[in-house]
Design a protein around this ligand. Structure first.
Ligand code: ADP
Ligand code: AMP
Length: 217
């Protein structure tokens, strides 16, 4: 299955992507995680991307599309994937459609995680991520048993540079302007399903898996 998750920053895409990708036995491809890995390694891509990420802006389409093209060419993505955080603009969605059409494939479903701005701000303000395995935590909603330490791998947790209040506000503006139009784009293709992303993580996962079942996943 070829699946895309859309929704505002903090909607829970990365959190749900873990469970949904495991359920579907497909790789989870997060453009944010790939950019962050490049930032840590200090690659030219990471150095370029960091300027945009820290400002709450999107990395330019051309850079992002080339990176995703390379990633989707890897063997593990041949039979399906779950994209988390891509596409984020209509030109990226058009490029993805073309890329898949060239492979004789197409997206099966685009799942929108629906959650309001106040909840997103609560989620982003307390988000922590593991340096080791990238698992996502929340200081209040999903705390690890030991402060600052990942239960899964023992790695150190950190707060993302772009989870500061001013940057969060900018990311929400960018989402409304550049990414929200994807809902209409995929709605018009008849590929969109929206799910309520509020409430406990497990409840959202169940709603997501229910929605996938009704589309054959
Ligand atoms: P996104 O990938 O959409 O930006 P994340 O998956 O990183 O969002 O989630 C943002 C924050 O919200 C994280 O700290 C995560 O632990 C927390 N979170 C995710 N889902 C829920 C939920 N259903 N209820 C409460 N907090 C959640
Ligand atoms: P995320 O981890 O999905 O919240 O992404 C973190 C940051 O990485 C975003 O705020 C952007 O700066 C950048 N980014 C991730 N995915 C994309 C994308 N598809 N297009 C442009 N920038 C992106």
């Amino acid at each position: 299955m070829r699946l895309v998750l859309v929704g505002p920053p903090g909607a829970g895409k990365g959190t749900q992507a873990e469970f949904i990708a495991a359920h579907l036995a497909v790789p989870k491809i997060s453009t944010g995680d790939i950019f962050r890995a490049n930032v840590v390694q200090g690659t030219p891509l990471g150095i370029e991307a960091k300027r945009y990420m820290d400002a709450g802006q999107l990395v330019p389409d051309e850079v992002t599309i080339n990176m995703v093209r390379d990633r989707l060419a890897e063997a593990d993505a041949a039979d399906g994937f779950l994209l988390d955080g891509f596409p984020r603009t209509v030109p990226q969605a058009v490029a993805l459609d073309k890329l898949l059409a060239n492979l004789g494939a197409g997206l099966d479903l685009v799942m929108e995680l629906v959650v309001d701005d106040d909840e997103v701000i609560r989620r982003l303000s307390g988000r922590r991520q593991c340096h080791g395995c990238q698992k996502i935590w929340h200081v209040e909603f999903d705390p690890p048993s030991r402060d600052g330490i990942c239960d899964r791998c023992g790695g150190q947790l950190y707060q993302r540079d772009d989870d500061l209040p001013a940057t969060i506000a900018e990311r929400l503006r960018v989402y409304a302007r550049d990414t929200a139009p994807l809902v209409d784009y995929y709605g018009a293709q008849g590929r969109l399903v929206g799910i309520d992303a509020t409430g406990p993580v497990e409840d959202v996962t169940l709603r997501a898996i229910d929605a996938l079942r009704s589309y054959g996943g």
